[in-house]
Write a protein that binds this ligand. Structure first.
Ligand code: UDP
Length: 309
């Protein structure tokens, strides 16, 4: 099979591609490497095109178009709102056209951000979302929502085979820990291993539900390769909510760190609770996360220990 993966050099993409290539698939990656510090792509079985998704075109034949490209770190996308909004909208349109030309299956990695600040947690796929359309997160949330709408328009108007997943706080080895790119897990682990203060925004009572990368790869491959899923949307996450303060304590314990916890002002529009309702993906694809948070954090701490030292 020939797969085109946008944003394939990023955290999610590099793990997915490792697995696809090990199974003999051929992958073309389009990635402008704008958020990349280290390239983890396998040496064989992958062709890398360094290009913005919005500008990409190709006469190659693809069976699947997997659209991952995005800038998911809130601090990073708030610093780059125009680029974020455009790659999440124009980029999607570009790849939909490539999928249409090839009659390929189109798989979109949307985001749990489309739910905004939901009133139902764990949140099921049929919840419509509660999003601030002009807030600091809107460049990301609303462009992800627009992408979903455009994808469904291509499905309805052109009968394109499309599948949408909404990942929830995926973590694991290879996540960036530095600067504005750091997500909560990678940043806390880095701080714990370096003996720096653990920076909690707000009082740490806000929750997230974390998913280990191997479980995400498994769910994503099921969404890509299972027949008969056209037009379907799936949450890919965990249904177990963890308070950010409890995540900090777990990371301190697992990494044997003496770092102190430092409380900083809350982020604007930071969703207070987030978790995935997993009934649909469990029923339709037989998928449920296998890795506990403690086990996943141990593996991630181990990897960061090697990467930092
Ligand atoms: N967070 C934190 N300290 C940090 C980074 C993040 O307390 O240094 C919190 C953040 O306020 C949010 C949660 O951790 O409630 C998850 O943040 P992340 O940036 O990983 O992504 P989000 O889920 O908000 O998109």
């Amino acid at each position: 099979m020939q797969l085109l993966v946008s944003g394939g050099a990023g955290f999610l993409g590099s793990h997915l591609i490792d697995d696809l290539v090990s199974k003999g698939e051929n992958v073309t990656v389009v990635d402008n490497l704008s958020t990349i510090k280290h390239l983890y792509l396998p040496e064989k079985g992958v062709k890398l095109v360094k290009e913005k998704v919005e500008n990409f075109d190709s006469s190659e034949k693809f069976d699947f178009v997997i659209h991952l490209a995005a800038r998911p770190s809130p601090e990073d996308y708030m610093n780059n709102p125009v680029d974020t909004a455009l790659s999440n909208s124009l980029g999607t349109q570009k790849l939909l056209e490539i999928a249409r030309k090839n009659d390929a299956t189109f798989v979109y990695t949307s985001s749990s951000e489309v739910y905004g600040n939901p009133s139902i947690v764990p949140t099921p796929e049929d919840y419509w979302g509660f999003v601030n359309p002009i807030g600091v997160r809107s460049c990301y949330d609303e462009s992800k929502r627009f992408s979903e709408a455009l994808i469904m328009a291509y499905h309805r108007q052109y009968n394109l085979d499309v599948r949408i997943q909404r990942p929830f706080n995926v973590y694991g080895p290879r996540l960036r820990e530095d600067g504005t790119y750091g997500r909560v897990v990678s940043r806390f682990i880095y701080q714990a291993l370096k003996g720096e203060d653990i920076t909690i925004f707000g009082d740490g009572s806000q929750t997230r539900a974390f998913l280990y990368i191997d479980d995400w790869v498994d769910a994503t491959e099921r969404i890509i390769f299972t027949e008969g899923l056209s037009g379907e949307v799936f949450n890919v996450g965990s249904d177990k909510e963890t308070k950010i303060i409890d995540l900090a304590k777990l990371i301190l314990r697992v990494s044997n760190s003496r770092s102190m916890i430092k409380f900083l002002p809350s982020r604007v529009d930071d969703p207070p609770r987030r978790a995935a309702d997993l009934h649909k993906i469990k029923e339709k694809l037989g998928w449920y996360p296998k890795t506990s948070l403690e086990e996943g954090i141990k593996k991630t701490v181990e990897w960061f220990g090697g990467a930092i030292n």
